[in-house]
Design a protein around this ligand. Sequence first.
Ligand SMILES: Cc1cc2nc3c(=O)[nH]c(=O)nc-3n(C[C@H](O)[C@H](O)[C@H](O)COP(=O)(O)OP(=O)(O)OC[C@H]3O[C@@H](n4cnc5c(N)ncnc54)[C@H](O)[C@@H]3O)c2cc1C
Length: 708
Amino acid sequence: MSGSPPTPPLPGDLVLVPAPGLAIRALPDGRLFVAATGAAGPGRMLALGGVAEADLRFVLDQLDGRRTVTEVLDRVADSDDERRAVAGLLASLERRGLLAAPERAPTRAATRTATEDPASRPAATPPIERPVSSAVPRSSGSVTVTGAPAKPATVGIVGGGTAGHLTALALRRVHPEIAVTLIESPDVPVIGVGEATTPLLPQFLHADLGLDVHRLFREVRPTLKLGIRFGWGEGEGFSYPFGALDLSWPPDPADPSDRVEPARRAASGPARSLLDDCSLGAALMAAGALPLVPEDGSMDGSRELSALRSGLGTEVAYHLENRRFTAYLAGRAAAAGVRRLEARIETVERVEPAAPAAGGEGIAALHTADGRRLTFDLYVDCSGFRSLLMGGGTDRRGSPFRSYERSLFTDGAVIGTVARRAPEDGRLLPHTVATARSAGWSWRIPQEGEDHLGAVFCAAHGTAEEAEAELRAAHPGLGPVRSLRFRPGRREHFWRGNTVALGNAYGFVEPLESTAIHLAIRQILLLIDHLPLPADPAERRALQERLNRRVADHWDYVAWFLALHFKYNRRLDTPFWRACRAEVDIARHGELIEAFRAHGPLSGQEPGFAYPDPLWGPEGIDVLLFGQGVPCPRPVLPSGVAAARSRRRAGWRRLAERALPAADALRLLSAQPVLLEGLAEAFRRHGPASAVLAGASPNPGNSEAATP
Ligand SMILES: Cc1cc2nc3c(=O)[nH]c(=O)nc-3n(C[C@H](O)[C@H](O)[C@H](O)COP(=O)(O)OP(=O)(O)OC[C@H]3O[C@@H](n4cnc5c(N)ncnc54)[C@H](O)[C@@H]3O)c2cc1C
């Protein structure tokens, strides 16, 4: 830094914080001011991650010399940690236009505001680096059958719900030369549910799509989710937090047997069950807190606060009010150049089998109710349960539906809202709640000022009215409810000819694990990653078959994982639950259950199985089986490990006790951009969702690399 001594940032100043504890301010004369916001007081530079103060000064000096990001990185970072920390800092500056990417003329002038949304940047803005997955050759023009692969020049997305908008944003982001039109019918509303999510969503929104966290908080007002609390199994129920879990349990001198039922032990033992402190997230859930800790114990935000940084990005998801979220996505899509068309698609004109243009099984055009004929190179079906293009209604040429009715019995839901009332029910929870009910289960999703409730039921064992009555009994202030029906299952094809299906248009499994948006994101990433398809018809077909198999396997695994929740739940003895225990079919991956029963937690075993999704992998299965009291041998912990484990757990509990209650934490996050930016940085640090898909280990330093 050079020039006159900078003044510390004041509230309301343009403060850009690339990492918790560090503020960077663009001064009116174009210089940057770097200041610590931590306990050392403003104006002093502190270490940032692995970067020492001297290195930070050096970084900024290098920028003075008008070097490119890559050059600076190469000069200043010795270790991987340093490289990551400096890359995070530089990427954050670059994202805001404060710094030049390699291809651009360097400038240090502050050209953007802290809240500007990168999605609205001109499409041609170059990235610092691009992930290999999106480094596709640029081309345009219609889809051709022979010759070099050509990207579709035009994509038509039918559906303006979450799936449609996320797809549109991703296409514009990664393939900006494609013209994207999103068609939605003014008289077919979005489904209006889909509010509990997984950590893949913030990762996708902020690292892949580059959407600004400040704007999202302003417009959508999400709450944060650390996991799911299950009123399930035995006793108090159990928590299933996001993130890595420590599922070992200590030797118990009072219990010499090597077969134990952890949930039963927990129920009769100390108040905190085994699963309640299997991670920091679990301890926070038990405390009703979020990972924001006042350093001096104050709760009013006037003193120092520090966001817990370790792994935050992997452990937090959003609860989103669906219509606000969809409206927000629509705004972002418009800013990213997505064309919106209000029209009701009435008929789908199919390519005749012999026609070559789409491999003989594609769409030729969409016909709207007002008489228009719309044609695109690629059609994306996000029309919800109607599955207008892929399913095709009564058209026998639609992709066959593969039902999950042998393993998932629920097929209806009632949905409503209740105001949170203090003191008894007034707490904003940092997690979703799922509670077993007579003929299904109910959810509680905390939103701003109210909880969104719903009950999922099995029509063979109960009616919507009965589900509603049970929900009202548990939540007396429940407002009016609406009901809907669904069919568990999926389409055979994710991508067929020139048509792709996503979201509810591809399939649906009941929402117990908030799987739908997560699965849609995974499919969106596959779509953008595989454009353009090979020009050769045989190759193209083979690739589509592989992708269809991969998506189907993923969905089938998730359906199986959900089925475990029903097979082993002994909490209620009603006809529905008896039928679940007797008839739910979990044979598909029965070997995993056998391995758990024979050898103990799957998370402690050599993986002999390729789990299709890290979020619902071996630890997830362990949690469900522990939580529902399925017996397994107790793993033997060496004494040193047991002691370390106890210390770790005690540490999590202490931190959780000091952390802010969820409502206070959210208020502060919304009021203090510095804190919110810390959260954003944690999301970005975990890297793009596309890295998860590729199976690559997250590379925090490159998180901005996926956001051209
Ligand atoms: C009871 C229940 C609870 C759920 N809870 C969760 C949850 O907690 N978490 C989660 O991730 N998911 C959940 N889901 C799934 C959720 O619905 C989806 O994740 C999400 O909302 C995606 O919906 P969508 O975009 O596929 O469809 P929709 O939101 O239904 O959008 C369909 C779009 O298609 C358009 N359309 C339809 N027909 C036509 C036509 N003929 N012409 C033009 N346009 C048309 C409509 O106008 C609309 O814009 C839940 C689902 C149910 C049923």
